[in-house]
Design a protein around this ligand. Structure first.
Ligand code: DX5
Ligand code: ZN
Length: 224
């Protein structure tokens, strides 16, 4: 399971990215909100455009915007591993998915918690990733929506003929809720990491390294 770290909940973005860069997170997750597709935390584009200069990690770009085309064109030069647009846009989805591929970047569709997963079906031949939202998009620090687990299982079944599509999950992931999303290939986690002093400790906990080490501890009674 890979971890993509989101800094959406942070005020001091540069500092958060510097700290994330010094962890073993696999990607930096860039949330882009235009205030039209969803209401949410808008980080100015001029700031977002600098992120790739602050880290050697590849970015996954989550576009929560009504008109993705202009954003896709901006992010293709910014060390993006994948660019994800929202299924709920309906309009020009195929065109924009193709546009991302034209630039040699993986594409993906994000699906909101209340969108029927069957709407993904027509696109399965055209996408590399599905980002399953486990909160309503817009803000960091929200509570994990529990029926996400059932949705993930259903999506996994839907992908039997498309085993290469990566399943991602985004929103409210912490050391407890990660138990419910183990089926995902990539887990996005934001405030759980960035609201703590030691980012790497939190990432270790998500990867359950700490727990595993605890299991290996010699029980006190056997130590002497
Ligand atoms: C929500 C964003 C998420 C969010 C994750 O709109 O897409 O990426 O920042 O942050 P946490 O882990 O705090 O929910
Ligand atoms: Zn996101």
């Amino acid at each position: 399971m890979k971890i993509s770290a989101s800094f959406l909940a942070e005020k001091k973005i540069e500092k958060a990215i510097y700290k994330l860069d010094h962890t073993d997170a696999d990607y930096i997750h860039v949330d882009v909100v235009d205030g039209k597709f969803v209401d949410g935390k808008k980080i100015p584009l001029r700031k977002l455009k600098k992120i790739y200069k602050l880290t050697s990690k590849r970015l996954d770009v989550h576009l929560m915007v009504k008109k993705p085309k202009k954003y896709i064109k901006k992010f293709v030069t910014m060390n993006a591993e994948r660019i994800i647009i929202h299924l709920e846009l309906k309009k020009d989805l195929e065109k924009n998915l193709e546009l991302i591929h034209k630039f040699g970047i993986k594409n993906g569709l994000a699906i909101n918690p209340n969108t029927d997963i069957s709407y993904l079906e027509p696109y399965l031949d055209k996408i590399d990733s599905i980002l399953v939202m486990s909160v309503m998009p817009g803000y960091g620090g929200q509570k994990f929506i529990e029926n996400t687990t059932t949705r993930l299982i259903e999506i996994k079944k839907m992908l039997l003929q498309h085993p290469n599509i990566e399943i991602m999950v985004d929103g409210g992931i912490n050391e407890d809720t990660i138990e419910f999303v183990k089926i995902a290939d990539i887990v996005v986690s934001g405030s759980y990491i960035t609201k703590s002093k030691n980012y790497q400790d939190q990432i270790d906990k998500l990867r359950q390294k700490k727990k595993n080490r605890d299991h290996l501890d010699i029980p006190k009674r056997m130590e002497s």
